[in-house]
Design a protein around this ligand. Structure first.
Ligand SMILES: [Fe+2]
Length: 248
């Protein structure tokens, strides 16, 4: 006759053990689960935050284009370096307010565009271009370079020294262009022809070229002022302007 197995009667000991063990295991799983879930959530939150940050970082608005304009130099000067206030071989210095312009060229993901080429040209301190087509009677400045060709470093940064260009009349219906500097920027695959403007100029909002850009576009064209460093002239202005190229 088969032996009948009788179930073990629950005792206080095994009940407590089972209960405690089960409880303990349950708690252990719960706590581990909670910790794991918490870590996962924290990780997800952090990943999410990073993703959001990257998404934000990855979504920079390309700097707006502006027209080339009629005054790109017909003949490029011999001296094309990053100091437009002096011309090699001349002892004089350009007239006007010294201004250091600098910034960073990136793609829309915020990654620096190394070795981008920047061609820069501008009117002098009284609003005259060194160009045969400029009808402005304001005087040329023989010591002003007026044009430069520079490149960004590995960090995408560029800088140059110049004088602040003056506003100038266009000869069209009393329209005066606000102070601005022309740029033709070539990255690895993107090219941007545009103009940099200075924040706070009353003529900006009256300028049909500047206002042809959207509000966000106008913001992308405005340089903000910074403070000169100890290595710069104390009365120098500092203009900071970052550039975003669509594809870098
Ligand atoms: Fe211009």
């Amino acid at each position: 006759m088969p032996k009948l197995l009788t179930p073990t009667a629950p005792t206080e000991e095994n009940h407590r053990h089972i209960h405690v063990s089960g409880h303990s295991q349950h708690i252990g799983i719960t706590r581990r689960g909670m910790l794991t879930a918490s870590a996962a959530l924290t990780g997800a939150a952090m990943t999410g935050a990073i993703s959001v940050a990257l998404a934000q970082k990855a979504n920079l608005r390309p700097t707006s284009e502006q027209v080339l304009g009629p005054f790109f130099p017909m003949t490029l000067p011999t001296d094309q370096d990053a100091d437009l206030t002096v011309i090699a071989g001349k002892s004089g210095r350009a007239l006007g307010q010294i201004i250091y312009v600098s910034g960073r060229v990136t793609n829309v993901r915020g990654e620096p565009v190394a070795n981008a080429e920047l061609e820069i040209w501008q009117a002098n301190s009284v609003g005259r271009y060194s160009h045969p087509g400029d009808q402005n009677p304001a005087l040329l400045d023989a010591n002003f370079e007026g044009y430069a060709k520079i490149r960004t470093g590995a960090d995408g940064n560029y800088s140059f020294k110049t004088v602040k260009p003056a506003a100038y009349p266009t000869g069209i219906d009393g329209w005066s262009r606000p102070p601005h500097i022309h740029f033709d920027i070539k990255g690895r695959t993107s090219r941007l022809v545009t103009q940099m403007y200075f924040a706070g100029e009353a003529l900006n909002e009256k300028d049909s070229l500047f206002t042809s850009a959207s509000e966000a576009g106008r913001k992308s064209l405005l340089a903000r002022y910074g403070a000169p460093t100890g290595k710069q002239e104390r009365d120098a202005l500092v203009a900071l302007w970052d550039v975003v190229l669509g594809f870098g």
